[in-house]
Design a binder for this molecule. Structure first.
Ligand code: MIC
Ligand code: SF4
Length: 649
């Protein structure tokens, strides 16, 4: 039986277990990436592990999230990251060089390698034929120290692309269609592998848009073959030597296969407040638009920006629309400047923001109250834009451009009736390349002192699992609670290195009184317990969604189901993810109920049935835990760092 791409790459990197979907395996990681918002904690944890230098083939530390620098905190963190990178053999990508995923694709991605990144959109690298996976910072720190990455051996779903996109339809519309088909839940443990004749019609940045937003479906990663198109992209990046062919065998086996006709796709949008809420643009046509934001790691490539530049050439942004552009990288910005696209965009009235995450993470360009904001980014969760009452719609660059002109949600194919032809931008044969914003580590780092500003605190220590958990339900939440609900980013993100301060914002968007209540419960000696519905912990890789609850004394979360990265983060910080055996028990428990989980330590050790007592209601229900032996030991020790320390003794 032939092999698919996922199997080929994973088997080559396997260090523990056997390749069998559903079973835990461990793989060697060739490359890592971190970004500043998750990076500070990842490197503090890396330092705590005591490794003298990173052991990967390549590790890069990007600064792209917290670049607004209101106050000293961000700049302090940047300096810390730069000094750590120099000391431990990591390439440092300075603020202004661009968004980690876009830059990594351009300068470092290599087909058939493994990449682990402390950001959920690391699967962008799948566009170039890598197995690129998002994880919590602690898992990335372990990989940098030479440890393997543990994951559930994935079920591979083949997406057979045929046909060709029509003019005015984009890769963004393809992945929005994927979200309509697969939704944002129920895909944990799967990988999307793209194949078929249609693959040849998509450039690497288009493929990367599709793999990037696979994260919104909750899959472990998505991957495209590495073919002649990949080779041409690497050649244009001056890196043809990095190319290697990576295709599935003709008789490869898959868990499931779906056919996907590119020529049938029409412009789509994800309406508030989930990337899984899909409608056609036509259905919403005519809706007034207040803001249009172009950029983010999903759609900020040369092709994206040049397409918009050509559509807007000689046009002006509608007076009611605030039009913002954050180019994905310095390379993109420089190339569109050299090819005159930047002039057309500025002339149309674009507000040019830094090459960084910017608006996407809500740390700038928050829209007005109740605004309609059209964004080419990947997430439209409630409050993520920084304005809770705003309504964010995710769209393609083409739809964004059309709506900039009209001031209304507009299907871009309507532009033809206004005399605007589809630009059909081709990828350049050679990009203008300047790597001067990377700082390479010295060979002899002995003299380097790590800079620690007042914003940097030590990661809090966790406690082992107690014999019995005695706690109170601090909060009961519904289905599809994202990490943006659990701990907001945006303007609060500057406290990532200061866990006590950042914890004050837990669940802020859901319940502003959460922190005070949790503090009272913790100070009374009880544990804070959370109850949740389906797909808890969707979205980002931010480990603070587990780390801050750990700091508040949380030892267990009970949900109907969990998402992959968040599950791993909970375990890393000694919090046990429990699922209801009977989903109906969710309805029988309320916020404020006193809960006891008797003999939890003993029961987990023995792998026996776990029961939860609701002492307020005098009821009892069963919960399940799906832990490998290694997970079990980590949970009992109180988290991965404690587990590693115990092992080293
Ligand atoms: C996001 O898009 O939500 C982020 C901000 O990039 C996060 C990482 C973080 O919270 O720092 C992600 O996607 O993992
Ligand atoms: Fe940055 Fe947005 Fe991409 Fe996250 S999704 S890495 S915040 S651009």
């Amino acid at each position: 039986m032939g092999k698919n791409i996922v199997q080929k790459i994973l088997e080559k990197h396997l260090v523990e277990g056997v390749y069998e979907p559903g079973k835990e395996i461990a793989i060697r990681i060739d490359q890592t990436l971190t970004q500043d918002a998750t990076g500070t904690m990842a490197y503090l944890q890396f330092e705590a592990m005591g490794a003298p230098r990173v052991k990967t083939e390549l590790s890069v530390s990007y600064v792209d999230h917290n670049t607004v620098q209101v106050g000293f905190e961000n700049a302090d963190d940047h300096k810390y990251l730069q000094s750590v990178a120099a000391k431990y053999g990591i390439i440092y990508s300075r603020a202004g060089n661009g968004i980690c995923h876009q830059v990594h694709l351009e300068r470092f991605g290599i087909p058939s390698k493994t990449l682990l990144g402390s950001d959920s959109h690391t699967p962008t690298g799948g566009g170039i034929g890598m197995i690129a996976i998002g994880a919590g910072g602690l898992d990335v720190a372990v990989a940098m120290a030479g440890g393997p990455f543990y994951l559930t051996c994935p079920k591979v779903i083949k997406v057979n692309l045929k046909g060709k996109l029509k003019p005015w339809v984009a890769a963004k519309d393809v992945v929005l269609k994927m979200l309509e088909i697969f939704t944002t839940k129920g895909n944990v443990g799967c990988v999307f592998e793209y194949g078929g004749e249609g693959v040849k019609t998509l450039s690497v940045p288009e493929r990367a848009t599709i793999t990037n937003m696979g994260a919104e479906c909750g899959v472990t990663t998505s991957v495209f073959p590495s073919d002649e198109i990949t080779r041409a992209f690497l050649r244009a990046q001056g890196r043809e030597k990095d190319w290697i062919e990576m295709i599935a065998d003709p008789d490869a086996n898959y868990e499931k296969e779906i056919d996907f006709d590119l020529s049938e796709i029409v412009p789509l949008t994800a309406y508030p407040h989930s990337p899984g809420n899909i409608k056609t643009v036509k259905e919403l046509e005519g809706m007034d638009v207040d803001q249009v934001c172009l950029g983010s790691c999903t759609n900020s490539s040369y092709k994206d920006l040049m397409t918009v530049a050509h559509i807007l050439k000689g046009k002006k942004a509608h007076p009611n629309v605030s039009f913002v552009i954050a180019p994905g990288s310095k390379q993109v910005l420089e190339n569109i400047a050299r090819d005159s696209g930047l002039t057309d965009l500025i002339s149309a009235g674009a507000r040019i923001a830094e090459s960084a995450c910017g608006f996407c993470i809500g740390n700038s360009q928050s829209p007005k109250t109740e605004a309609v904001s059209l964004r080419t980014s990947n997430r439209n969760f409630l409050g993520r834009s920084g304005t809770k009452s705003a309504n964010v719609y995710l769209v393609s660059p083409e739809t964004a451009a059309a709506s900039v002109i009209t001031g209304k949600m507009t299907d871009p194919s309507d532009l033809e009736s206004k005399g605007i032809q589809y630009p059909n931008i081709q990828m350049p044969d050679n990009f203008y390349i300047d790597d001067s914003m990377f700082v390479y580590p010295p060979e002899h780092p002995e003299h380097i002192k790590i800079y620690r500003g007042p914003n940097i605190g030590d990661p809090p220590a966790s406690l082992p699992m107690p014999d019995t958990i005695t706690g109170e339900v601090t909060i009961k939440v519904e289905d599809q609670i994202t990490t943006d609900h659990i701990i907001p980013a945006g303007s609060k993100m500057k406290y990532r290195s200061n866990v006590p301060k950042y914890s004050e914002f837990l669940f802020e968007v859901v319940d502003p009184n959460f922190y005070e209540r949790a503090k009272k419960i913790r100070d009374s000696g009880k544990s804070n317990l959370f109850i949740a519905g389906l797909s808890y912990g969707q979205g980002s890789s931010r480990e603070h969604a587990a780390l801050c609850p750990m700091y508040m004394g949380t030892k267990a979360v009970i949900a109907k189901s969990f998402e992959r990265i968040h599950t791993a983060n909970l375990i890393n910080f000694g919090i046990i993810p429990l699922t209801f055996k009977n989903d109906n028990d969710y309805n029988k428990i309320d916020q404020g109920d006193d809960i006891e989980i008797p003999h939890i330590k003993d029961i987990i050790e023995k792998g026996e049935t776990l029961k939860v007592k609701n002492t307020s209601k005098n009821t009892e229900f069963e919960v399940e835990y799906n832990l490998s032996d290694r997970h079990r030991e980590i949970i009992l020790a109180g988290g991965t760092l404690a587990f590693m320390k115990n092992k080293a003794k």
